[in-house]
Write a protein that binds this ligand. Structure first.
Ligand code: 3NM
Ligand code: MG
Length: 535
């Protein structure tokens, strides 16, 4: 029976004025039950024992009627008095083995842990599940010990999957700041990629307080969360067989080129919105490139518009080119809105390796949301990899925002792109003379482009805009969309540079805009293809 517990949507109650308000706790929990929460923890840190027992009894009736387990926070005596299914204990409460002695082997006993050591001890003492947290800072509980984020949570999961039998078996939920805008990303990012050696350990559920207890409509809110927890995230690209390609495999290339043609036609046909939150330097150029593609650009850095814009089937570019405390806040707000709608976000961590401020901003953004694609030059992606917790030798200090010569081989870059993509469950593009793009399973290199591109400001940033249009118009496979975007961009540059009157970066710019336009039109009209030009 205990092994059958569904932890996927774990409700933790709250009786405080700030969250429950003047509503009746039992009624709110009943609404949440009808919305689909799968397990309930009654958590009330202040009421008298008599009140706790009386409320717990009512909650137990409601839960029992639906076959949902009820646990009590902290108070083993209350659980015993009510005869409910178990308890949840924090690090300062009665410990798991003491609770087990009192409640017996059939009780469900969970413990809060925020480190590997706490997890080890809790499992050793016989915990059935671990509440791992604090995932993200939350107003609900101010006195939390540690904000451990996705990385800290992953470390605990990785420890457990390689541990003892009991550690492999223990169930896990994460807690702190989980809501509808981030639930799917969190479970997606905590979903272990399959590894050949040990069976991977994914999170079994999310524990939520305010997004249900504080919701205006707790039933609708838990139904929405439940649906999110059961469905494939909108941002998740379909996965295929493991594949690593850098050499010339002609079948693969033909397929890729055919898919790329379709992707370009889709951009022309759908004219997707490209919402750019980008720096002052590139706004005009990027908007022109978007128009030349056939996309519909909007250049706004004011995040209050993002909830509306995110509903229009487009994509967002978050460009860190000019970081200020204000831009950071706007980016965070917009990321939340786009994640909620399932529309793609391109992260362009401009100059991420250059200053401490930018490294901190990057880390904040990565903790805020899920990105469908992360693009950058080599030092930028190394900074992202480091932020993501991939062990690397210290990244070279970036001078300004430009890349400088590569410090690694193409294979090394391909390997970093693939590892980062797998870890962040996204698509990673490392730009350079040869671009490398990977979703962690498939890795491609594209060698088109022209040296003038590096001499025109905003060229790299406007690739972010191109990628956003391609991902928005091609939601099925972000990797193919990215390859098509690269081909369009790079081949247009080659055609522009080859024009007789183009003699340097200045004359290159208008020709480039023309060729971005021409390539799109010629492909849409079936007059031209990538064969013979793609490298
Ligand atoms: N325990 P919300 S965080 C009850 O870190 C609780 O152990 C935490 O509330 C821990 O879903 C937390 O509203 C509150 O963010 C989580
Ligand atoms: Mg406690």
């Amino acid at each position: 029976m205990k092994d059958q517990v569904d932890y996927s949507l774990y409700l933790v109650t709250d009786s405080t004025e700030a969250i429950l308000g003047s509503r009746d706790l039992v009624e709110v929990v009943e609404l949440a039950l009808s919305g689909g929460v799968t397990i309930v923890q009654y958590r009330d840190k202040t009421s008298d024992t008599g009140h706790l027992i009386s409320v717990a009894k009512q909650l137990h009736e409601k839960c029992k009627a639906r076959g949902i387990p009820l646990l009590i926070n902290d108070r083993v005596d209350v659980a015993l008095a009510v005869g409910c299914e178990g308890v949840h204990v924090g690090q300062d409460d009665m410990n798991v083995s003491e609770a087990r002695q009192i409640l017996g082997k059939d009780a469900i006993i969970g413990a809060t842990v925020s480190s590997i050591e706490e997890a080890r001890v809790a499992v050793e003492r016989g915990a059935d599940y671990l509440g791992i947290g604090t995932l993200y800072a939350t107003n609900t509980k101010k006195n939390t010990k540690d904000i451990i984020g996705i990385n800290g949570t992953r470390k605990i999961l990785r420890y457990l999957e390689q541990g003892s039998e009991a550690e492999k078996k223990v169930k896990t939920v994460c807690i702190g700041g989980v809501n509808a805008s981030n639930l799917q990303r969190i479970t997606h990012q905590l979903h272990a990629p399959s590894s050949p050696s040990t069976p991977p350990k994914s999170i079994d559920g999310v524990a939520i307080v305010s997004a249900i207890m504080g919701a205006t409509d707790p039933k609708a809110s838990s139904a929405h969360l439940s649906k999110l927890s059961k469905s494939v995230p909108a941002f998740k690209s379909k996965s295929t067989e493991p594949h690593f390609w850098l050499e010339n495999d002609s079948d693969e290339i033909s397929h890729l080129l055919a898919e790329s043609l379709k992707a370009t036609k889709n951009v022309k046909q759908k004219s997707p919105l490209s919402h750019n939150m980008t720096n002052l330097v590139v706004q005009n150029f990027a908007a022109n490139i978007a128009l030349a593609l056939g996309a519909s650009p909007i250049m706004t850095n004011y995040a209050a518009e993002a909830p509306d814009l995110s509903q229009l089937g487009g994509a967002l570019v978050v460009n860190m080119g000019t970081v200020t405390p204000d831009s950071l806040q706007n980016h965070q707000q917009a990321i939340t809105a786009y994640n909620l709608s399932g529309s793609p976000i391109i992260l362009d961590p401009v100059g991420a390796g250059a200053t401490r401020v930018r490294r901190a901003a990057l880390s904040t953004l990565m903790a805020t949301g899920y990105f469908s694609l992360i693009k950058g030059n080599e030092p930028e992606i190394l900074a992202v990899a480091q932020t993501s917790g991939i062990p690397l030798p210290p990244a070279p200090q970036q001078h300004g925002v430009d890349a400088g010569p590569p410090t690694s081989t193409l294979r090394q870059r391909a390997s970093i792109a693939a590892r980062l993509a797998l870890r962040e469950r996204t698509v990673v593009l490392i730009t350079g003379k040869t671009d490398v793009v990977s979703d962690g399973i498939r890795t491609y290199a594209v060698s088109n482009g022209h040296a003038y591109m590096a001499a025109v400001t905003g060229c790299g940033c406007s690739l972010g805009t191109v990628l956003s249009a391609y991902l928005a118009a091609n939601p099925r496979d972000a990797l193919y969309a990215a390859v098509a975007a690269l081909l369009h961009f790079d081949v247009a540059a080659e055609r522009a540079a080859a024009r007789p009157h183009v003699s340097g970066p200045g004359t290159f710019v208008p020709a480039f805009i023309d060729e971005v336009w021409n390539v799109g039109v010629e492909i849409a009209e079936d007059r031209w293809g990538w064969e013979g030009v793609a490298r």
